[in-house]
Design a protein around this ligand. Structure first.
Ligand code: ZN
Ligand code: ZN
Ligand code: FE
Length: 753
C-alpha cells in the first residue's frame, strides 16, 4: 500500500546538511517526493510503502544530522501523486535563512580525510563538511550561501564544485568547502619582519614553539597566543607581554588522553571536552600529572583545558601534549580577529604568527564550562554555542543590552532569544565600539527591528549611554531581577519564585549597590525580602580593586574603634587607613553596598590576600582555593534581623578573633564559606515557609564559587525545594541579557492585555 505525506520541520535545519540527509534517507527507503527550504523551515513530501514512510519519519526525528536541532515536526496525509524519484527543489527566491548555526569542531570523517594520504584533503588545515566547521564566524549576511561568507574569496575548483553539487556527498552544499587547490592557505610570519617565511608554516610554528617562543595562531573567531606550557620561562614571558599577571591561561590538549595527563576527568567532563562545541572545561588538576608550569594557573586547583576544534589545531597539536592557548589580546581588549589589527596589536607579544588568508567575519571567544552540582554550567557562552537561540516563553521583538562586565546582549524574536557571543567589558572603548557593531550585525542577520530596548538601571553603564542614544522605547531593569529572570527563562519557570542572588555589585532601586539579595517575584515584578546590611565602599570603585578597604569598612562597624588599630597592624593595612576611615565616616566617596562579592573580598583580605585585584573575582577565588584546603569545622555567624537585614558584624568579630589567635588562613576561609552556606540554607528555608513558594533560583557571580554551590546545592534539595541555577547561560553578568529579555517580553505581553 502506497501512501503520501507532507512534513514541515522547524528548528536548526538549514546550513547543517539537512536537505542531503533527507535526500539520502528517502533514497535509501525507496521513497519519491521532494524537499524544499523556506523561511518557515523545511518542507518535505514523501511517497512510498507505508512502512517506509513510517521509517522515514522515525529516522528524521531520531537520527537527524549532527548539527541539526529539530524543534517541531508536523505531518499530514496527502493524496498520491504521479512522480519519479526524490528531488531537492530550489529554495524559493527571497527565502531567508531563519537560524545561523554555531561553529562546530571538525568531525570524525573530516579528521579521517586529514590523515588519509589518498585524500585530496590530506593534511589540509581547512577541511570541513556539512557536519562540521566554521559557520557563525564566516557568515557576513543571510541567506547562508558561499557568496555571503568569507569563503567568497575562494572560487571552488572543479573537484570541490563536484562534491558541492552531489547530494550523495558529505560536502553537498557545504558552503565553506575548500581543498589545497582552491582554498585558504597557511603562512608563517615572524613578528620582526612581517613577511611570510619560506618553508612549511606548520613545521616552522612547531619549531618556534619548541624553542619556547610565543606564536599567535589564527583560529575560528580570533587569534590565540600559544606557547609551551611545560616551559615556565615562556609562560611567564607570555604573561608579562600580555599584561595578564594572575588570571589562569587555558591549555589545549592534543586529545582526551593528553587532557587526562593534566586533569582528573569524570565522564561528564570528558563528554563536554569531546562535544562538538568544544568549550574550555575547568577541571581538577591531576596530582603528579604533566609538569605544567605553575604560572599557567597560579594557586588554582582547577585548570582550563580544551581539545582541538579546527583541523589546524589538530595538525599543530600532533607535536605536543598540550599548548597554552589564550585569547590573542592585551588584558581587557577584545580578541584580535582582523589580520592587520592582529599584527599591530600582537607583534609586541608574539614572536611569530601562524596565520592564513581566510577572513574572520566576526570575533568569537572560546566558551568556558564547568561540571558542577549535576550539570554542565557555562561560565562564558560564546564559540560553539552562539548564536544558537534559547527559547524564551513570551513573544515580542526586543533587544536586551546586557551588563557592563562580561557583556553579552540578547535579541528576542518570536520567542527565541539570540544571545550574542561574549563581548567583554564595556569599560574598554574598543570593546564598546565592537559591541555596537555586533548589535547592528545581529539585527541584520536575524532580521529584527526591536520595538523595545531593555537595559540595566545603572546610570554609569555604557549600556545606559547606548539606550539614551537609541531613540527606541526603553525599559530599565534592576540588575538582580535580571539575574533572577535569567534562571526563570532558562528553565521556563512560571509563577513566583524565591531567589538567592549572591553577586558583586548591581545598581539598586534605592541608588545603593546591591548584591546580597533575597528576592521574590516572577518575570514581571519582584520584591526584596532581605539583603546584606549596607556597608560603605571606602573610596568607591577603589574599594572593589583593593579588598583591604572592604575589611576596614566591615570591621569598623563590627568592632569598637579602639580595636581597629591592632586589626590594622595584624592585617598590614596601608598607613593611610585612618584617613580613609574618616572620609568614609563623613560619607565622602563612600557609596553603600549590600554586595556579597564585597563580603568575600573583605574576608579574603583578612585571610591574607594583599594588594590589588587584577581580574574580576580574584580575591574571592583566592579565598575559595583556601577553603578547599580546610577540613576543620565551625562556621562564622550571619544573622537575619526582623527587618530583613543580614547582619555580618558577628561574622567579622569572630573572624578577627580567630585571626588574632593565629588560626591558619585555610581555616579562616573554611569557616567563612560555611557561614555563607549556612546563611543561604537558612534564608531559603525561612522564606519558603513564610511565603509558601517552593521554587528557588540561584544566580549572581558569587555562585561561580564551586565550594559554595556544591555545599549548598544538596542541602537545599534535601529541604524539599525545587532548586534551579544557571547552566545554559552564565550565572555571572554574561547571562544578564537573557533575563532582561525575559522581563522585557513579559512587559510587552502585559501591555497587550
Ligand atoms: Zn566534517
Ligand atoms: Zn577545491
Ligand atoms: Fe551581576
Amino acid at each position: 500500500m502506497k501512501e503520501r505525506y507532507a512534513l514541515h520541520v522547524q528548528g536548526i535545519v538549514q546550513g547543517v546538511g539537512f536537505r542531503p540527509f533527507v535526500f539520502n534517507l528517502a533514497e535509501s527507503l525507496g521513497l519519491s517526493g521532494w524537499v524544499l527550504n523556506s523561511a518557515a523551515g523545511v518542507f518535505i513530501e514523501i511517497q512510498g510503502e507505508a512502512a517506509a514512510c513510517a521509517g522515514f519519519c522515525r529516522a528524521l526525528q531520531n537520527q537527524p544530522p549532527p548539527l541539526a536541532r529539530i524543534d517541531q515536526v508536523t505531518c499530514q496525509k496527502k493524496p498520491l501523486a504521479e512522480e519519479e524519484g526524490f528531488r531537492i527543489l530550489e529554495s524559493a527566491p527571497g527565502v531567508r535563512q531563519t537560524l545561523v548555526s554555531a561553529d562546530m569542531a571538525v568531525c570524525r570523517d573530516c579528521l579521517a580525510d586529514l590523515e588519509d594520504p589518498q585524500s585530496r584533503m590530506y593534511r589540509y588545515p581547512f577541511v570541513n563538511c556539512t557536519n562540521c566547521g566554521p559557520r557563525f564566524t564566516i557568515i557576513g549576511d543571510i541567506p547562508y550561501d558561499r557568496a555571503n561568507t568569507t569563503m567568497a574569496d575562494f572560487p571552488m575548483c572543479p573537484d570541490c564544485a563536484g562534491d558541492f553539487a552531489d547530494p550523495r556527498n558529505r560536502r553537498f552544499h557545504a558552503q565553506p568547502i575548500a581543498c589545497p587547490a582552491c582554498g585558504p592557505r597557511l603562512s608563517f610570519v615572524p613578528a620582526e619582519t612581517g613577511e611570510a617565511m619560506p618553508g612549511d608554516p606548520l613545521a616552522l610554528a612547531t619549531d618556534w614553539l619548541r624553542q619556547g617562543k610565543i606564536v599567535a595562531v589564527k583560529g575560528l573567531g580570533g587569534y590565540h597566543l600559544a606557547c609551551d606550557p611545560l616551559n615556565q620561562e615562556a609562560v611567564c614571558r607570555l604573561r608579562r607581554r600580555k599584561n595578564r599577571y594572575d588570571k589562569p591561561l587555558a591549555l589545549m590538549a592534543a586529545g582526551l588522553a593528553a587532557a587526562e595527563k593534566i586533569c582528573l576527568l569524570n565522564q561528564e567532563e570528558k563528554e563536554l571536552l569531546l562535544s562538538r562545541r568544544r568549550p574550555i572545561v575547568l577541571a581538577l588538576r591531576r596530582p603528579q600529572g604533566l609538569p605544567v608550569a605553575e604560572a599557567v594557573a597560579p594557586g588554582n586547583r582547577r585548570l582550563g583545558v580544551f581539545l582541538p576544534y579546527t583541523p589546524l589545531h589538530h595538525l599543530l597539536l600532533q607535536s605536543f601534549d598540550a599548548l597554552v592557548m589564550t585569547s590573542g589580546n592585551l588584558s581587557d581588549e577584545p580578541i584580535a580577529c582582523r589580520d592587520e589589527d592582529a599584527f599591530q596589536r600582537l607583534s609586541a607579544i608574539a614572536d611569530g604568527f601562524l596565520t592564513h588568508n581566510r577572513r574572520i567575519q566576526r570575533r568569537c571567544d572560546d566558551s568556558v564550562a564547568v561540571w558542577a552540582a549535576g550539570s554542565a554550567r557555562l561560565l562564558r557562552r560564546s564559540r560553539g554555542y552562539a548564536p544558537e537561540p534559547l527559547p524564551v516563553a513570551e513573544q515580542g521583538d526586543l533587544l536586551a543590552l546586557g551588563g557592563q562586565q562580561s557583556n553579552t546582549f540578547c535579541l528576542l524574536r518570536e520567542g527565541q532569544g539570540f544571545l550574542s557571543q561574549h563581548i567583554g567589558d564595556l569599560d574598554d572603548e574598543a570593546t564598546y565600539a565592537d559591541y555596537r557593531r555586533q548589535i547592528r550585525d545581529f539585527c541584520r542577520l536575524f532580521e529584527v527591528k526591536p520595538r523595545l530596548l531593555v537595559y540595566d538601571k545603572h546610570p554609569q553603564y555604557a549600556t545606559a549611554r547606548y539606550a539614551a542614544e537609541s531613540g527606541l522605547p526603553l525599559l530599565a531593569v534592576q540588575h538582580h531581577h535580571a539575574h533572577m529572570a535569567s534562571v526563570l527563562a532558562e528553565y521556563a519557570l512560571q509563577g513566583p519564585a524565591l531567589a538567592l542572588i549572591f553577586d558583586g555589585t548591581g545598581y539598586g532601586d534605592d541608588g545603593a549597590l546591591w548584591g546580597g539579595e533575597v528576592l521574590l517575584g516572577d518575570r514581571a515584578r519582584y520584591s526584596r525580602l532581605a539583603h546584606l546590611a549596607y556597608a560603605p565602599l571606602p573610596g568607591g570603585e577603589m574599594a572593589i580593586r583593593q579588598p583591604w578597604r572592604m575589611a576596614l569598612s566591615y570591621l569598623s562597624a563590627a568592632v569598637p574603634a579602639e580595636e581597629l588599630g591592632s586589626a590594622a597592624a595584624l592585617c598590614h593595612w596601608p598607613r593611610q587607613w585612618p584617613l580613609l576611615l574618616q572620609a568614609m565616616k563623613s560619607g565622602v566617596n563612600a557609596p553603600l553596598s549590600s554586595g556579597m562579592g564585597r563580603l568575600f573580598d573583605a574576608a579574603a583580605a583578612l585571610a591574607g590576600f594583599s594588594g590589588d585585584i587584577r581580574y574580576q573575582g580574584q580575591a574571592a577565588i583566592y579565598l575559595e582555593q583556601l577553603a578547599w584546603q580546610d577540613h576543620s569545622q565551625g562556621a562564622y555567624t550571619l544573622t537575619r534581623t526582623a527587618e530583613g537585614q543580614i547582619d555580618w558584624r558577628p561574622l567579622f568579630r569572630e573572624m578577627l578573633r580567630d585571626k588574632r589567635q593565629g588560626v591558619p588562613p585555610p581555616v579562616l576561609a573554611g569557616r567563612f564559606h560555611r557561614g555563607v552556606a549556612d546563611l543561604a540554607v537558612k534564608l531559603a528555608a525561612f522564606f519558603a515557609k513564610e511565603t509558601g513558594v517552593r521554587q528557588l533560583v540561584l544566580s549572581g557571580g558569587c555562585w561561580q564559587n564551586l565550594w559554595l554551590l556544591e555545599q549548598v546545592w544538596p542541602r537545599l534539595q534535601e529541604s524539599g525545594l525545587a532548586v534551579y541555577a544557571n547552566a545554559a547561560v552564565p550565572v555571572n553578568d554574561g547571562g544578564l541579557a537573557l533575563g532582561q529579555a525575559a522581563i522585557g517580553a513579559a512587559h510587552l505581553a502585559q501591555g497587550k492585555k
